[in-house]
Write a protein that binds this ligand. Structure first.
Ligand SMILES: CC(C)(COP(=O)(O)OP(=O)(O)OC[C@H]1O[C@@H](n2cnc3c(N)ncnc32)[C@H](O)[C@@H]1OP(=O)(O)O)[C@@H](O)C(=O)NCCC(=O)NCCS
Length: 173
């Protein structure tokens, strides 16, 4: 199933908390862009240079970014506010765009998004999840069952080369 078919799926809140997870709308693109930048600037500063962070998150949301949001992003909402983002390619099991706004960090939203993406993968019969973790977030993913310790260069869609940790998680049947 392509991730885009989520647009027609009723997404239920998997958590008994005050937040919910739903398919993003194009109108969420600005919020998603701001969350990405705020999360990176808050949490990745010790792991990457300020030049790298600026190259990674600077500028404004492009049309291509809005297209990707509309096509395949999921958002975690807290009341009326978009608090976090995440996406999965259900053809490959690749997880991306895991960002939580600093105002909402450490409330379980990142972990809930990961569990939700994992449940989508399981329902598609996928056997493995993969992602490229920022250096700062690798312990977060390890706590969720991902494995991987090697640091490897990762090329972002904008062409930025940055050190990341390729990680995988086997999904039992
Ligand atoms: C990584 C991130 C998504 C975590 O989101 P979050 O909503 O704050 O995480 P949660 O509250 O769900 O935390 C789940 C668990 O992971 C732990 N955790 C969260 N961030 C962590 C980190 N950077 N290092 C180690 N543990 C972390 C929490 O303490 C919690 O553990 P607990 O269940 O034992 O209390 C968020 O910090 C973020 O957006 N970081 C910046 C962007 C980034 O690097 N994203 C990853 C891109 S690959």
């Amino acid at each position: 199933m392509a991730a885009t078919s989520l647009t027609t799926t009723a997404l239920e809140n998997p958590e008994p908390a005050q937040f919910a997870i739903r398919k993003a709308l194009r109108a969420d693109a600005e919020a998603a862009w701001d969350i990405r930048r705020a999360a990176v600037m808050s949490e990745c500063a010790g792991a990457y240079s300020s030049d790298q962070l600026e190259q990674w998150t600077g500028g404004t949301a492009s049309r291509a970014f809005a297209d990707a949001v509309e096509e395949r992003l999921l958002v975690a909402t807290f009341g009326d506010h978009v608090a976090g983002t995440g996406m999965i390619d259900l053809a490959t099991g690749k997880i991306d765009a895991i960002f939580v706004h600093p105002a909402y960090m450490k409330r379980g939203i990142g972990a809930a998004m990961m569990r939700y993406l994992e449940s989508l993968a399981r329902s598609e019969g996928l056997r493995e999840l993969k992602l490229d973790s920022t250096l700062n977030a690798a312990p977060f993913y390890r706590a969720l069952g991902f494995r991987g310790d090697e640091i490897a260069p990762f090329q972002s869609p904008r062409g930025l080369i940055m050190d990341c940790v390729p990680m995988t998680k086997r999904l039992s049947v």
